[in-house]
Structures are given as structure tokens and as C-alpha cells.
Design a protein around this ligand. Structure first.
Ligand code: ATP
Ligand code: MG
Length: 560
């Protein structure tokens, strides 16, 4: 496994597992699992769970299974299975030979259900889904017992067998556990174990027309696999007594369930239902749209697995839900990319700069540092010539106060090259827009500040005849408010400016060799990656992963 050696902070899960390995409760073994339902792509919340499940196993010399909880054939598909496997691997984790599917246990689960019927602990109910809801009661009122609750074991066995054989229509019958309709815990009010679904399953095909509920499948699947610690999110805390009840009735291996708070991230949504709605409604370009909180989207955006694992470790685990600022995630990416990516010069909104006293046709190569954070990354040569592209923002005809870039008669350093002085502009006679900035250069000022000449501003540039052209996509938060889930209509708070497409951007020629997915810092602009879907040698497309301004570092400082 390729895991950076980050020191692990103690947390309540680590402590519980450490205690169990110390006492030998599970024979000193640690087996965990990550149990996604293949009904969507994985998101950053799942990444937190993956890092915990695989991380804990790794730390204690155990193993972690990947198990698909594929009990709902109408919403699941092979596409999701494949994407989930790819995403877990990309994050840097490996389940080895321990790939499982709840659907592999359908026969065993059926046998156990029959066992419960025989023990008088389960019965076939004829209530409709509406009636089931009605009979269930509320938090303040006890539920009512179904008239079918007293059915004989023989009748239950017969009906359950016929449910399996496909004799009944969807919604006409269920198998329920016989527990306690007056329980204060709604999960214990005779929960449904099987429902009829005449649907084709992506793995078992048409073998089954009754499917176990998640509640009936989950704990038993963990047990079959010998899971010792079953980590899950807080909403399953109230299900734990039910899982315990099932395991105790069956008398099989009993894993320890431990709940932790799910990750909520600001300025995005994380429910798979909502993410699916974004995709199907065409509100984003797909599951891998770089604005999505999915791992596929983050990867395409330029996120590294290292940054995501670091984020998961830093946010830690807690027993109470809280909202994590998306700036924290961006901070982790920035830190990682700052160390690792080469820096290059790219002009996103080009304006022509002509150096009047530089000989036409002359080309010099200036030496540029690839990454000042890492001298081992070396230097490269960047061509310099009479006509350059600079950023429109780096020139003002009427400069505001404290503007240290180019303006008439002002001087600026061209990064790694000469100091230039603005001598005039060329304007579009029709619109009055500045189309070209003219300047002269000081031939003695090349490189650093050898002559002791100090100028306040340094700007980046690209030599016009050598420049590559590219499309650059700038992304902002998908939602314009921190908690879109709390808006009356969550789609109404989508950020209309979440994507800006710039065409005709100019890049230094070293980027010719940039391969899809590779990442760079564009000096003064942020971190960018070559779009893995739309970029090709004939049409370069870059995505901005994250800007340079670190709002999280500021928040953190302010908090101290
Ligand atoms: P949804 O709530 O959108 O229906 P889910 O979160 O239940 O989806 P699963 O595929 O069941 O999706 O999740 C697999 C595992 O990932 C579960 O163990 C779940 O607890 C964990 N998980 C899901 N979302 C988060 C989150 N936001 N933070 C931490 N863990 C999560
Ligand atoms: Mg779930």
C-alpha cells in the first residue's frame, strides 16, 4: 500500500480497537470492511470512511474487505461497482482477495430467515407498504401489531417459500422480524427483512424476486466475513440494537459496531440522491464533473490521493456531526501540490507586449526554476523574444494606488528575464481598448537583480511565437451558500459562476509534453491539471484545481 507516513493522532476508534487487540477479544485479529451500496459514485465523505476502514486495518496489521451492499437491484449497476473499485484503488487502498458482495450471501440469508421463522421470530405479513407505515407508530406512540403476527410457523414457512417462488406481486407481502411493536426504538418494531422486487439484479439476474433489506443483510454479511470492527456513520447507532438482536438470535459471530460522525462539507451536497439529480438533470456534466464532490470529480479537477488522505486524517473522527469548511480540503491540496508540482508560466487573459528595442527575430533562453520548494526538481529553459503575452490584469492605463505592475512610464520585471518600461499603447480605434502595450527593456537587467536595480513588481509572460494555445477552465464552489441542504430548494442555490471557460490562453512551450492528469502551478494563478477527458495533443484543456489564495490558513490563524 502506498501510504504516506503521517503520524496518527489518537481517536476513540483507534483506542477501542487497540483495547480489543490488547485483551484478545477477537483473537487479536482486526478485520474491517468498507461497504458501499453500488447506487452512485463515491464522494469525499466515503473517502473519510475508506481512510478509516482501511487505515485502522493497516495500523493493526489486519485486513479490510471491500463489500458491495447490493441489496436493492432497482438502483444499482455494474457501472457503479466498477467506478467504486477504481476510486478505492486510486485513493491508495487494496482489498487484496477480499472483494465481496452481499448478493453472494442471499442463499445463506434466506436459510437464516427460515431459521428465524422456525424459531417463531419472523413472520410473513400481508400489510401493504402504506399500512406498514401506519402500524409502525411514531416516536411518541407505540406501533400496532399486525393481524398476521400470530400466523403459525407452518403457514409462515409456506408463504415465505411461495414469496421466493414468485407467486405474489410486489408490495403484497413482506417477511418481518417479530420483536416488539411497543419498543421505544422504531427499528425494533418488527422491521421488514424481505420485500418482493421483481427486478433483475446486476449480479444475480432473475434468480431472486425477494430481496433482503439493508438491515437484515448488513450485520449478517459482516458476521459471515469475520469482521471484528464494523465502522459506520452515526445514523446506524439506533440500528445497532437490531443488528445485535439478529446476531444473538442466530448465535453467530458478533462483530463490534462503532459509529462515527459523517463528513459534511460546506458549499456542496453529499447525498447520492442529490448528486444523481445533478447528473441526471444536466446541472453538471457528469459524475466526474470537476465541481462535484465525487472522487471522480476531484480526481479530474487535479486532486491527489495524498491530499485527500491527509484531509481525512486532519479532520479526524468524532461522535458529533459538524460541517467542515471546503477551504480546509482545498488547503490540503494546495500544500501537497506546492511541494510537488512544477511551476510554469501561463497567460490566461492575454495582452500583447512588444519590446521596441529588442531585435526582431532574436530569441534568448532564460533559466527558470521548476520548484523553489524542491531544488531537486531543477530548472528549465524558457524562450524569450520581442513579442510576449502578458496578463490583461497586469497592465492599467490609469493605475490605481499601489499598483506595482505595468502602466505608462512604469517599470516591471518580467519573471526570470529583463526589466521593461512602458513607453506607450496601441488602441483599437473603434473601441478605445488597449490591444498592445509597447515598452523598452534594459539589456543589463537580465535574470535577478544583478545591477542592484529594484523594481516593485514582477509579472509572468509567455513568448508569443513560441506559445501554446489552450482552453482553461476555472472552477468555483458548486453552491453559493455554505449549507445548500438547508435551502428550501437546494437547486436554487447552485452557484451560477461555478465554471468560467477561458479560451485562447497562452502557455509556455514546455507544456507541450503535458500528459492528461498531470498537474502544474501556473505562477501567480493557482494549480492546474490537464483535463483527463477533454484534453488532447491538438486541443489542450486545463482545469484549475485550486487557486493560490489560502483562505483556510487565514481561518486557522484567526482561530488561534
Ligand atoms: P446516502 O446516505 O447518500 O444514501 P450512503 O452514505 O449510505 O449514501 P453507502 O454506499 O451506504 O452510501 O456508504 C458506504 C459507507 O460510507 C458507509 O459505511 C457509510 O457510513 C460511509 N459514508 C457515507 N457517507 C459518508 C460521509 N459523508 N462521511 C463519512 N462516511 C460516509
Ligand atoms: Mg447507505
Amino acid at each position: 500500500m502506498t501510504q504516506a507516513a503521517v503520524p496518527k493522532a489518537p481517536n476513540f476508534i483507534r483506542q477501542l480497537v487497540a483495547e480489543d487487540t490488547r485483551t484478545g477479544r477477537f483473537g487479536h485479529r482486526v478485520v474491517t470492511r468498507f461497504p458501499p451500496e453500488p447506487n452512485g459514485y463515491l464522494h469525499i465523505g466515503h473517502a473519510k470512511a475508506i481512510c478509516l476502514d482501511f487505515g485502522i486495518a493497516q495500523e493493526f496489521g489486519g485486513r479490510c474487505h471491500l463489500r458491495f451492499d447490493d441489496t436493492n437491484p432497482t438502483k444499482e449497476s455494474q457501472e457503479y461497482v466498477d467506478s467504486i473499485k477504481g476510486d478505492v484503488r486510486w485513493l491508495g487502498f487494496d482489498w487484496g482477495e477480499h472483494l465481496y458482495y452481499a448478493s453472494d450471501y442471499f442463499e445463506q440469508l434466506y436459510t437464516w430467515a427460515v431459521q428465524l421463522i422456525n424459531g417463531g421470530q419472523a413472520y410473513v405479513d400481508d400489510l401493504t407498504p402504506e399500512q406498514l407505515r401506519e402500524y409502525r407508530g411514531t416516536l411518541t406512540e407505540p406501533g400496532r401489531e399486525s393481524p398476521c403476527r400470530t400466523r403459525s410457523i407452518e403457514e409462515n414457512l409456506d408463504l415465505f417459500g411461495r414469496m421466493r417462488a414468485g407467486e405474489f406481486d410486489e408490495g403484497t407481502r413482506t417477511l418481518r422480524a417479530k420483536i416488539d411493536m411497543a419498543s421505544g426504538n422504531l427499528n425494533l418494531r418488527d422491521p421488514v427483512m424481505y420485500r418482493i422486487r421483481k427486478a433483475t439484479h446486476h449480479r444475480t439476474g432473475d434468480t431472486w424476486c425477494i430481496y433482503p433489506t439493508y438491515d437484515w443483510a448488513h450485520g449478517q454479511s459482516d458476521s459471515i466475513e469475520g469482521v471484528t470492527h464494523s465502522l459506520c456513520t452515526l445514523e446506524y447507532e439506533d440500528h445497532r440494537p437490531l443488528y445485535d438482536w439478529f446476531l444473538d438470535q442466530l448465535g453467530i459471530h458478533h462483530p463490534q459496531q462503532i459509529e462515527f460522525a459523517r463528513l459534511s462539507l460546506s458549499h456542496t451536497v453529499m447525498s447520492k440522491r442529490k448528486l444523481l439529480e445533478l447528473v441526471e438533470g444536466g446541472l453538471v456534466s457528469g459524475w466526474d464533473d470537476p465541481r462535484m464532490p465525487t472522487l471522480a470529480g476531484l480526481r479530474r479537477r487535479g486532486y491527489t490521493p495524498e491530499a485527500i488522505r491527509d484531509f481525512a486524517e486532519r479532520i479526524g473522527v468524532a461522535k458529533a456531526d459538524n460541517l467542515v469548511d471546503i477551504a480546509h480540503l482545498e488547503h490540503c491540496l494546495r500544500e501537497d501540490l506546492n511541494r510537488r508540482t512544477p511551476r510554469v508560466m501561463a497567460v490566461l487573459r492575454p495582452l500583447k507586449l512588444v519590446i521596441e528595442n529588442y531585435r526582431e527575430g532574436q530569441v534568448e533562453e532564460v533559466e527558470a526554476v521548476n520548484n523553489p520548494e524542491d531544488p531537486a526538481m531543477g530548472t528549465r529553459r524558457v524562450p524569450f523574444s520581442r513579442v510576449l503575452w502578458i496578463e490583461q490584469d497586469d497592465f492599467r492605463e490609469t493605475p490605481p494606488p499601489k499598483y506595482f505592475r505595468l502602466s505608462p512610464d512604469a517599470e516591471v520585471r518580467l519573471r526570470y528575464a529583463y526589466i521593461v518600461k512602458c513607453t506607450g499603447v496601441v488602441k483599437d480605434p473603434r473601441t478605445g481598448e488597449v490591444t498592445e502595450v509597447r515598452c523598452s527593456y534594459d539589456p543589463t537587467s537580465r535574470g535577478g537583480d544583478a545591477q542592484g536595480r529594484k523594481v516593485k513588481g514582477t509579472i509572468h509572460w509567455v513568448s508569443a511565437p513560441h506559445a501554446l494555445e489552450a482552453e482553461v477552465r476555472l472552477y468555483d464552489h458548486l453552491f453559493s451558500v455554505p449549507k445548500p441542504d438547508e435551502a428550501e430548494d437546494w437547486t436554487s442555490v447552485l452557484n451560477p459562476h461555478s465554471l468560467t471557460v477561458l479560451t485562447g490562453c497562452r502557455l509556455e512551450p514546455s507544456l507541450k509534453a503535458a500528459t492528461p492528469g498531470s498537474r502544474y502551478q501556473f505562477e501567480r494563478q493557482g494549480y492546474f491539471s490537464v483535463d483527463s477527458v477533454d484534453s488532447s495533443p491538438s486541443r489542450l484543456v486545463f482545469s484549475r484545481a485550486v487557486g493560490l489564495r489560502d483562505t483556510w490558513a487565514k481561518i486557522e490563524k484567526g482561530g488561534r
